[in-house]
Design a protein around this ligand. Sequence first.
Ligand SMILES: N[C@@H](CCC(=O)N[C@@H](CS)C(=O)NCC(=O)O)C(=O)O
Length: 206
Amino acid sequence: MSLVLHYHPYSRAAGTLWALEEAGQPYELKVVDIMKGEQKGPGLVAKNPMGKLPTLEDGDVVVTEAAAICLYLADRYAPGKLAPALDDPRRGTYLRWSFFAPSVIEPAVMAKVSGWTYKEVAAGWGNYDSMIAAAESALAHGPFVLGEQFSMADVVLGGLLRFMLQFKTIEPRAAFTGYVARLDQRPAFQRAEARNLAMRQQLGLK
Ligand SMILES: N[C@@H](CCC(=O)N[C@@H](CS)C(=O)NCC(=O)O)C(=O)O
């Protein structure tokens, strides 16, 4: 099998299962026990020098960074379906919000919950309130980032918002909760969640 995901159900790799299910390709999971620190062992570090999950192998290609893995899968296995074609102007919107999630939402929330002090003008994530307003604007034009059409940008953005709503690190604005509720209806998401649950049970986790 060419797609192998280095995975643990208590990691961002759990969200990557949704992307894999949307892409519709067969894949294999290799459990890396992050509770025992296996991600810092030489095997994984040779593939991902950060020693982190998710790490995806596709034959000889290694892709790390949860959002990059999602965009890679869409371009490689579902171009024009889960990713707008290269000459489709909607690609701008698609890339914009796919990058906004890890590069603005994640650090802005981390800065808030950790009480960081920093210069907003120099920080790429600005401040929490601007981030919230911008994230809401991404969802103002339809049920999904691209309007009526679901895309891998929704896996990236929606997956992050779901995680943050679950752990109450972001406020439950109606735009966010409604969006995540819509995404929860996707059969691919439900298959991924079932597999995550089965893996947790297999590993004796909650
Ligand atoms: N920037 C990375 C972050 C990956 C990350 O921090 N993964 C966590 C699990 S959610 C991890 O592997 N932590 C174990 C460690 O750092 O040792 C991404 O978006 O994929």
